[in-house]
Design a protein around this ligand. Structure first.
Ligand code: SF4
Ligand code: SF4
Length: 126
């Protein structure tokens, strides 16, 4: 049975089963920002058993007044440095940022459903 998620205020639904065969398109592809809050920086550092400073130097960069997780390029695709190609998963899943948890229900996509459908094969009309 499919796991369909809906959220109030959004005109689309999300079939979570699509993640199994998708190859992490929301964690790879075009370059983007993966913002982390101060609390999330502490949580991820803790998970990785790194000091906040070491974690920041190794995995983050500053964009304006925010911090974003670094990417690495693989065969022309910009992938989050925590994307695990082998398992098609997230290396910091338990501590992943809220930006990742809330995908694909971002305000940005409310008026850009076609763009979202191109990125995420799990998007279906509600
Ligand atoms: S792009 Fe969509 S289907 Fe693919 S992993 Fe991300 S949320 Fe799942
Ligand atoms: S932190 Fe995890 S879920 Fe978020 S973009 Fe990176 S690999 Fe994907």
């Amino acid at each position: 049975m499919s796991t369909i998620i809906k959220k109030e205020g959004f005109s689309y639904a999300f079939n979570q089963d699509a993640c199994v065969t998708c190859a992490g398109r929301c964690c790879t592809g075009e370059s983007g920002y993966i913002y982390v809050s101060k609390e999330e920086i502490f949580t991820i550092s803790d998970l990785l058993k790194l000091s906040v400073n070491d974690f920041g130097v190794k995995y983050l960069f500053k964009h304006g007044y925010k911090y974003s997780i670094k990417e690495q390029v693989y065969e022309g695709s910009y992938e989050c440095i925590f994307y695990d190609r082998e398992s098609n998963g997230c290396k910091i899943y338990e501590a992943r940022p809220s930006q990742c948890i809330s995908f694909p229900f971002w305000d940005y996509f409310k008026t850009r459903v076609d763009e979202l459908k191109e990125e995420c094969p799990g998007i279906i009309d509600d």
